[in-house]
Structure formats: structure tokens, C-alpha cells
Design a protein around this ligand. Structure first.
Ligand code: BDR
Ligand code: CA
Length: 322
């Protein structure tokens, strides 16, 4: 693994809709922080897998699980920019965290809204200093960029889970969940001219939690190893039945793995766009893989992962938690 010098340690904000794989991503980030591989500045929450009342509370419960009630958690958009909210409780359960027993969180909810926090933090930050990691619908980030385009200056890169091109889709025959929930927000981000690293189903379906990988987590001598193994076990049922995958795909943790160890993943720079109109192709992506459109690439589109090394890093990071 390449060692990062202190000045290179990424400062990240995770925008999230927990969600079981979001939970895995947040715990992964907190473990990597203990390994000195990133600094987590805040969690900002959005409606997605379940409504906002659950996602903001779940984010705080996850911080409690890691004994990290010092992590600032913010609540953001309750609804996509134009559409009504579509949830994924069939995958993540009614609360968003499967069957896990949920307590009243000790980690407080910050009074400032997510949009105002993002604008203030990114505008005041050193130029290109913050990695924004978006693992839910892109509503919060699009609203912040629209309200105050100057906040772009603080963003080093946008690392996003969403979309699908070379792979099957998971919410309609043509669209992936995060991008389908808020296609307008996705379009705003794709047109932002920010450096975008995109983790679509094309790559996340190659990072599946197989039984041996799950067993390694379950055997860790802490509370969070078995906890995340149990959560991922219930989450995996959906993708195994629906898509015949070898286990649940760790969609959201791929973004975190990339931030800590970019060489685990392979990408191609392409021009990508999204259909925002309501109809058959709503939320579908057009990806100019063979440069037919003569347009400047706007995303790094990830399509390969060194899955064993990725799961080694994931398990190692989870082992650092209580
Ligand atoms: C994405 O949709 C959500 O259900 C997951 O949390 C992930 O962010 C995968 O399509
Ligand atoms: Ca998510």
C-alpha cells in the first residue's frame, strides 16, 4: 500500500442516505481514519434509501457504534429537487438499517442545515482541499452548487456512487437507484466541470461480499465486525435473488476504498450524461465510451476493482473499530 504523507491525507465529507452499504462505507471511513489514511470532517445526510428522518438518525447511530459522537452530522434535503422521493426499503429495511436494534443516538444532530454547512465549509476552505464523497442521491450537493457556485473552489474531487452503463440496472431496466431518485441533481453535477470520479454498478457489482469475506468480518474480535457482517448478510439476499450475484455489492464502500487507496480501481475518462425527462429512459445514462460525440470527458468512469485487496483493506479498517 502506498503511504500518504500527512499533507496528502484526504479531508473528506460524506454525503449519505444510510442505508446498509452506506453504513459499511461510514464505518470503513472511520476505520481508515484510525489507520491515518483519511480525515472525516462531517457526515451530511439526504433522503434516499429511506426518508431523511431515518437517514440523519441512522448516521448518528453509526457514529455511536464507532464511539465517535464527535463527528458532526447534518440533515439536508427531504425530497429530490423536482420528483417525489422513491425509497429502497425493500433492500435496506423499513428503518434503513435492516433488523439492527436501533437506539436513541448520543451523537447530536447539528443545528445548521447541510446546504448551509456545505456552502460555508467549501467557500471558506483552502482551494481544492476537500474531497466530497456522495453515496446517496445528489440533491444536497446540487442544491449547494446552485445556491453558491463559488463553493466549488474548495472541492478537490467529487467521488460519487451512482449510474450504470456496462452493467444491469437496479431500480428500472435503464437506471441505477441514486441517479434515478434525483436525475436533475445528477445532471447539475455532471455539468459542474468539477473533477468527478464515478463508481457505477459496472464496478460495484464486482465488489461483492461473498460468504468467506463475510465470515472474516464476523470473526473479528470487536463489536463492529460481527455487526456489519449481520447487516450485510440481510442486505445481500436482495442482490443474490434479483441479480444472481455472489453476494451483496459494496456499492458505497468502493468510493471510500478509492479515496484511501486509488490504485485498487481502474477508470476510463468519458463524457457521460443523464436522461432527466419522465418516461422509459428516466435516469438512464449515456456514456460516450468510444468517443462518438467529440465531447470533452467529464467523469472518470470506474469499471474494475482488485476485489480481494479491497476486502482486505475493508476488513482491516473495520478491525480498528470498537
Ligand atoms: C445505491 O443505491 C442505494 O440503495 C445504495 O445505498 C447505493 O448508494 C446503489 O445503487
Ligand atoms: Ca447510498
Amino acid at each position: 500500500m502506498t503511504q500518504l504523507s500527512h499533507s496528502e491525507i484526504p479531508n473528506i465529507i460524506i454525503d449519505t442516505d444510510p442505508g446498509i452499504d452506506d453504513c459499511a462505507a461510514i464505518l470503513f471511513a472511520l476505520g481508515l481514519e484510525k489507520m491515518g489514511l483519511l480525515n472525516l470532517l462531517a457526515l451530511t445526510t439526504v433522503a434516499g434509501n429511506v426518508p431523511l428522518d431515518y437517514t440523519q438518525k441512522n448516521a448518528r447511530i453509526i457514529c455511536d457504534w464507532a464511539d465517535r459522537s464527535d463527528v458532526p452530522v447534518y440533515a439536508g434535503a427531504k425530497q429530490p429537487i423536482i420528483k417525489s422521493l422513491i425509497t429502497a426499503d425493500d433492500v435496506h429495511g423499513n428503518t434503513g438499517l435492516g433488523d439492527a436494534p436501533l437506539h436513541e443516538p448520543k451523537t447530536p444532530l447539528q443545528a445548521q442545515s447541510t446546504i448551509s454547512f456545505l456552502i460555508q465549509t467549501l467557500t471558506e476552505a483552502e482551494k481544492n482541499s476537500i474531497t466530497l464523497c456522495a453515496i446517496g442521491p445528489l440533491t444536497n450537493i446540487a442544491l449547494a452548487l446552485k445556491a453558491n457556485p463559488e463553493c466549488k473552489q474548495g472541492i478537490k474531487e467529487l467521488v460519487i456512487m451512482g449510474g450504470s452503463y456496462l452493467n444491469i440496472c437496479n431500480i428500472t431496466p435503464n437506471a441505477e437507484f441514486n441517479f434515478f431518485v434525483d436525475p436533475i441533481a445528477t445532471k447539475i453535477i455532471l455539468e459542474s466541470e468539477l473533477p468527478i470520479r464515478l463508481f457505477p454498478l459496472d464496478v460495484t457489482h464486482k465488489a461483492c461480499i461473498t460468504t468467506p469475506r463475510m465470515d472474516q468480518l464476523r470473526q473479528l474480535a470487536n463489536k463492529n465486525g460481527p455487526r456489519i457482517a449481520n447487516l450485510l448478510q440481510s442486505y445481500s439476499r436482495y442482490d443474490i435473488q434479483e441479480f444472481g450475484l455472489e453476494g451483496g455489492p459494496l456499492h458505497d464502500p468502493c468510493t471510500i476504498g478509492y479515496i484511501a487507496q486509488p490504485d485498487l480501481f481502474t477508470a476510463k475518462a468519458v463524457f457521460a450524461d443523464i436522461e432527466t425527462n419522465h418516461g422509459l429512459m428516466e435516469g438512464a445514462m449515456q456514456v460516450d465510451w468510444n468517443q462518438k460525440l467529440d465531447k470533452k470527458p467529464n467523469v472518470d468512469w470506474f469499471y474494475e476493482v482488485k476485489a480481494d485487496a479491497f476486502f482486505e483493506l475493508f476488513t482491516q479498517a473495520i478491525s480498528k473499530l470498537p
